[in-house]
Design a protein around this ligand. Structure first.
Ligand SMILES: C[S@@+](CC[C@H](N)C(=O)[O-])C[C@H]1O[C@@H](n2cnc3c(N)ncnc32)[C@H](O)[C@@H]1O
Ligand SMILES: [Zn+2]
Length: 277
């Protein structure tokens, strides 16, 4: 089946998940390849099977080249040990999962492959990221949207994945079903520390304390799961690695002793909070 037809079936089966970002009313039908709200605002379904909900264009700092590099790094397994810790923390494997700020979608794809069997919806403000995800992965519904004007109905999601991406706690509260989970992954102080050595003085150290405090303000009974491992990179992977994160963009490979970048530290924390029942 073509991607657009598969996506159309998904939308028709899951109309209740979405709401119009313009008037906040529900969607009741598709007209051809457009999703149309009860006030007649229409959103196009692309050939790749993605919906585009941004009301104004957004400029992302990630280009397609950088996203392709990030995808190759994800596919060589860079984040898999973290995702292997995260996967068992998802309580409702058959529930509805929303990946907030999914980038090029590799994390959701890996979790789906591991056994998430409920619907997985993934969105990002970056059209390039969403296009790459939709072109690469099956069985995830990708859309372009802004978390600040999210096109989703209230209380439809069992789990929100918020992996290295921005949060909006009021919106998370609205989106989650009672008892639903926010699973937020944040860098720890040693995350990619081999890259930090090349940064200007003020960027060499990092603390996630403010982010953690904000999370625990909203979820007082939250759990914190530390993640710490190292990944060995080949020369080719070092070059992708430098492209995939803003921390690598100021590093000139020819001037740099890349030996120090052949083993990279991944230091993260997974924060889990539940909305009260
Ligand atoms: C560091 S990337 C992480 C992407 C992916 N979760 C990963 O771990 O590879 C942060 C992502 O958040 C997205 N983002 C930033 N602001 C957003 C917003 N208001 N709504 C949706 N996505 C947003 C960016 O476009 C970017 O893809
Ligand atoms: Zn509308």
């Amino acid at each position: 089946m073509k991607k657009i037809d598969k996506a159309k079936l998904f939308i028709l089966d899951h109309l209740h998940l979405f709401r119009c970002p313009v008037c906040e009313r529900s969607f009741e039908k598709m007209e051809g390849n457009q999703l149309v709200c009860t006030e007649n605002h229409a959103f196009d379904l692309s050939k790749k099977g993605t919906l585009h909900f941004l009301l104004k264009p957004s400029k992302s700092e990630y280009s397609r080249e950088m996203l392709l590099a990030r995808q190759r790094i994800a596919q060589m397994g860079f984040w898999q040990p973290m995702l292997d810790i995260l996967y068992p923390l998802i309580e409702a494997k058959d529930g509805v999962t929303l990946d907030v700020g999914c980038g090029e979608g590799a994390h959701s794809a890996y979790l789906k492959e591991k056994g998430l069997h409920g619907p997985v919806v993934a969105f990002d403000i970056s059209k390039e990221g969403v296009n790459l995800g939709a072109a690469t992965y099956e069985d995830i519904f990708f859309l372009v949207a802004d978390l600040a004007q999210s096109p989703f109905q209230a209380e439809q999601f069992d789990a929100l994945l918020n992996i290295l991406s921005p949060s909006n706690y009021e919106e998370f509260y609205r989106l989650l079903k009672p008892g639903g989970q926010v699973i937020k992954v944040i860098p720890g102080k040693d995350y990619l520390k081999e890259l930090r050595a090349y940064q200007p003085e003020e960027k060499r150290t990092y603390s996630n304390q403010d982010v953690k405090d904000k999370f625990t303000d909203h979820y007082s009974e939250s759990e914190i799961h530390p993640v710490h491992y190292k990944v060995d990179l080949t020369d080719e992977e070092v070059s992708d690695f430098l492209k995939m994160t803003p921390l690598g963009w100021n590093i000139n490979v020819s001037d740099t002793n890349t030996a120090s970048l052949k083993q990279i530290t991944v230091d993260m924390e997974i924060l889990v909070g539940n909305k009260s029942k």
